[in-house]
Ligand binder design. Structure first.
Ligand code: ADP
Length: 403
């Protein structure tokens, strides 16, 4: 009987599942539960027709139970998985790589919950659920922050009193590390290089957006910081703002918790356009000259261009600029409009290759005149998590704990 690796990715109201063959690491099934903890919670599995029945207000645990049962009933899961990999958003400074979950690891993840209150508790509930559903199976935590633990201190320190870092861990951690590390290995493969000798700028543009400078295989700078709010313009997150905004808006009667909500949920593309956080919709509206959409796209692309320039400060050479995430993979307009701001740096897009998202050119969208290769690479965070889970579940030296 073939063994499987189960990958679990719990978001605030979503749960994504993926099943991989342990030996070949090919994906055999994917599933998605949405609107969890709401009356209209719903779950689907790609290869199974119709919705998976969920109770109203289903929790992550209930969704996980229902989905794994549906996988078993349909013969896609033929016994307990060989290992279960979990995406965990914040590992703080405790984790430089993925870890086999034991009590100590659980405690360390819990300790980081202050830094990621929207994410780590829900990640923990996913871990807790699979531990009770499959008590004999090893669980592995794969952290979004871990890949960025190689940032040099000049990149991770904020210029605030140093004691804030020493006493409270105030520093830039960076996120999307699972995706950025996948961009490194995929870009290196396509360029015929080894990851350790490859330097790229990786732009992950989804609902959340971040960029990373990867120097000789290691993360050297990134745009997200203490939390996933810093940096680029995102779907509904502001990215960088002047911290003076807090005092200024206080004087206008906006309370701090209200501003926190606005910056996380009512800003970014949504705030600028007043319409939607969805880039595809904004691009459609912009085609018809819709001014608020044009403004939102313009600010998004300009901020991204500024950050691409900023990432250059961490590199001694550049093998490729890489775009990924829903926007990075699919929006020719965003890529083109961004790089129009960077002609001085020598990036030049081929219009035709760009229109096809690099589909027929192994991802390449740069023109022959471009000083650097420009690539579009679909991300595959589930595969990275499955690989890490398979690796650690069979690690010869036993559990890998924080360090
Ligand atoms: P998440 O971060 O939730 O995984 P995705 O990586 O799927 O999100 O990215 C979602 C974003 O990608 C949305 O803003 C969506 O509109 C955008 N997107 C997807 N397809 C296109 C497209 N063809 N053109 C422009 N934007 C697109």
């Amino acid at each position: 009987m073939d063994k499987t690796i189960l990958v679990v990715n719990c978001g605030s109201s979503t749960l994504k599942l993926a099943l991989f063959d342990e030996n070949t690491l090919t994906c055999t099934a994917t599933g998605l539960a949405e609107r969890l903890n709401h009356d209209d919670a719903v779950a689907r599995i790609g290869k199974i027709e119709g919705d998976i029945p969920l109770p109203a207000g289903a929790t992550h645990r209930q969704a996980l139970e229902a989905m794994t049962k549906a996988l078993a009933d349909s013969g896609l899961l033929t016994g307990p998985p060989a290992a279960i990999g979990h995406r965990v958003v914040h590992g703080g400074e405790n984790f430089r790589e993925a870890a086999l979950i034991d009590d100590e690891v659980l405690r360390a993840i819990r300790e980081c919950a202050d830094l990621a209150p929207l994410h780590n508790p829900v990640n923990l509930s996913g871990i807790d659920s699979t531990m009770s559903l499959f008590p004999e199976v090893p669980n592995i935590a794969v952290f979004d922050t871990a890949y960025h633990q190689t940032l040099p201190r000049k990149a991770y320190l904020y210029a605030v009193p140093y004691s804030y870092y020493e006493d409270w861990g105030v520093r830039r951690y960076g996120f999307h590390g699972i995706s950025h590390s996948y961009m490194l290995t995929e870009a290196a493969r396509r360029l015929g290089k080894t990851p350790a000798n490859t330097s790229i700028i990786s732009a992950h543009l989804g609902n959340g957006c971040s960029i990373a400078a990867i120097r000789d295989g290691l993360s050297a700078d990134t745009s997200m910081g203490l939390t996933p709010l810093e940096g680029l313009v995102m779907g509904s997150r502001s990215g960088d703002i002047d911290p003076g905004l807090f005092d200024y808006l206080k004087s206008r009667g906006v309370a701090q918790d209200q501003l926190h909500h606005v910056l996380n949920h009512e800003s970014g593309l949504l705030g600028l356009s007043g319409q939607t956080n969805d880039m595809r919709t904004l691009c459609d509206l912009a085609e018809h000259g819709h001014e608020p959409s044009l403004i939102a796209i313009e600010v998004f692309c300009f901020r991204l261009a500024r950050y691409i320039g900023a990432m250059m400060a961490s590199l001694h050479h550049l093998d490729a600029l890489v775009f990924t995430g829903g926007i990075g993979e699919h929006s020719a307009r965003v890529r083109e409009q961004t790089l129009e701001n960077l002609q001085l740096l020598g990036f030049d897009i081929d219009g035709q290759l760009n229109r096809y998202n690099g589909q027929y050119s192994d991802g390449h969208i740069g023109s022959p005149d471009s000083q650097f290769p420009i690539l579009v690479i679909p991300t595959n965070e589930e595969l990275v998590i499955a690989r890490e889970a398979a690796r650690l579940a069979t690690a010869p030296n036993g559990p890998v704990t924080p360090g």
